[in-house]
Ligand binder design. Structure first.
Ligand code: FAD
Length: 349
């Protein structure tokens, strides 16, 4: 293996693969991607994609039809266990396993097809910013021109960032005989929501909250299962953090952060896939053109957009607001709620 690359990318999730594919398309082929696991690998994510996210994947040559996505029509809003409104879902697509394994694997195959070098089962152990060299878990040292952290919210790249609030998100899928529908429940967690999605014999139950260490989330998760009539073992339950707010995008002029590593995940809805792909695209353009401004400009836009969503996060979960939305809004202004859900909270992501 060479010990010098123009670009080293840490993490082969959507953000890392997108960066590599865009740079490859822009003529930069001297790329090494380093991934902690071996593909196909499990990533704790419900894997929902919107129409817009679909188009971003398709721009990179991924056929979403090959990843078995469908539109589940019934989208039901619950508040404190009671059904408040049924919405006709227009834009949110679900994978047949209600997770992201298949989507990520098909995306990874594009890397292989383009012959981009990837080291799997390998992680970063150290980074020497003066010598532009990373130390990998197999004790190899690799010199880089640019380094891209695409390793998510909580991994190595996180040590260059300030400590921010985070969301905790947990999920598990299991066999069930529930009819095809997406349920979104409010009122279980203080600043988050619960999804119960069922599709052709599989159900995914997920929980999000602004992380609060005094909450016993395992117990809360079990309560959600009990309340909704699921008698299942929780040993497969997985959880991880997602970022709230945009972080430092570039350090040392040649170290970029993309995807969750830069905080590119919507703080209210937790949709991150489209932003993972877009940050990869803009980082690639900046690296190719040797102009960090291109990336900083896009990040500024995200900071503004997510700043607004952070304010909404604070307001939306106030008890009085939840009461107004679900007890008054759903009852008397159902069409407006439906429009806002489909167009503002889903299709824009
Ligand atoms: C429970 C849950 C449900 C979600 N549901 C949705 C959804 O339905 N739709 C949506 O749009 N978003 C969703 N999100 C958000 C979405 O998962 C993230 O925004 C998205 O995964 C970000 O992509 P990424 O490439 O930045 O990071 P990741 O997908 O986390 O990829 C990071 C990659 O880096 C690798 N890695 C980590 N550390 C190292 C290391 N030290 N060395 C080498 N490799 C490393 C990891 O193995 C991984 O492959 C959800 C998140 C959670 C937690």
């Amino acid at each position: 293996m060479k010990n010098k690359y123009k670009l080293v990318i840490i993490g082969a999730g959507p953000a890392g693969i997108s960066t590599a594919l865009y740079l490859n398309e822009l003529g930069i082929k001297d790329i090494l991607v380093v991934e902690k696991y071996k593909y196909p690998r499990y990533k704790c994510c419900a894997g929902y994609i919107t129409d817009k996210t679909k188009k971003e994947y398709e721009k990179l040559g991924l056929s979403i039809d090959d990843c078995h996505y469908s539109l589940i029509n019934d989208f039901k809003l619950f508040y404190k266990g009671k059904l408040k409104q049924t919405i006709v879902n227009k834009f949110l697509f679900t994978n047949r396993k209600i997770d992201r394994v298949e989507l990520d694997y098909e995306f990874y195959k594009l890397l292989k097809k383009k012959k981009i070098k990837i080291l799997e089962n390998t992680y970063i152990k150290d980074n020497d910013m003066e010598k532009n060299t990373v130390l990998l878990s197999d004790d190899k040292k690799v010199n880089y021109g640019y380094l891209v952290f695409a390793d998510g919210t909580n991994s190595f790249g996180n040590k260059y960032q300030k400590e921010y609030n985070k969301h905790l998100a947990m999920q598990m899928t299991f066999q069930s005989d529930k009819e095809d529908e997406i349920q979104i429940h409010f009122g279980y967690s203080k600043k988050g929501y619960v999804w119960i999605s069922s599709y052709q014999g599989i159900t995914n139950v997920g929980l999000t909250d602004v992380y609060n260490k005094s909450v016993n989330y395992q117990e809360l998760y079990k309560k959600i299962l009990d309340d909704n009539g699921f008698n299942v073992d929780t040993k497969e339950l997985k959880g991880t953090f997602t970022p709230i707010g945009v972080r430092k995008p570039i350090i040392n002029d040649n170290i970029f952060f993309v995807g969750d590593a830069v905080g590119a995940c919507d703080p209210l809805t937790l949709s991150g896939l489209k932003y993972a792909l877009k940050t990869g695209e803009y980082a690639a353009l900046a690296i190719k053109n040797n102009s960090n401004k291109i990336y900083l400009k896009y990040i500024k836009k995200l900071r503004f957009k997510f700043g607004f969503m952070k304010i909404l996060l604070k307001i939306f979960y106030l008890k009085a607001i939840l009461f107004c939305v679900f007890e008054i809004g759903c009852r008397f202004f159902g069409k407006i709620i439906e429009f806002a859900f489909n167009n503002f909270f889903i299709n824009k992501k």
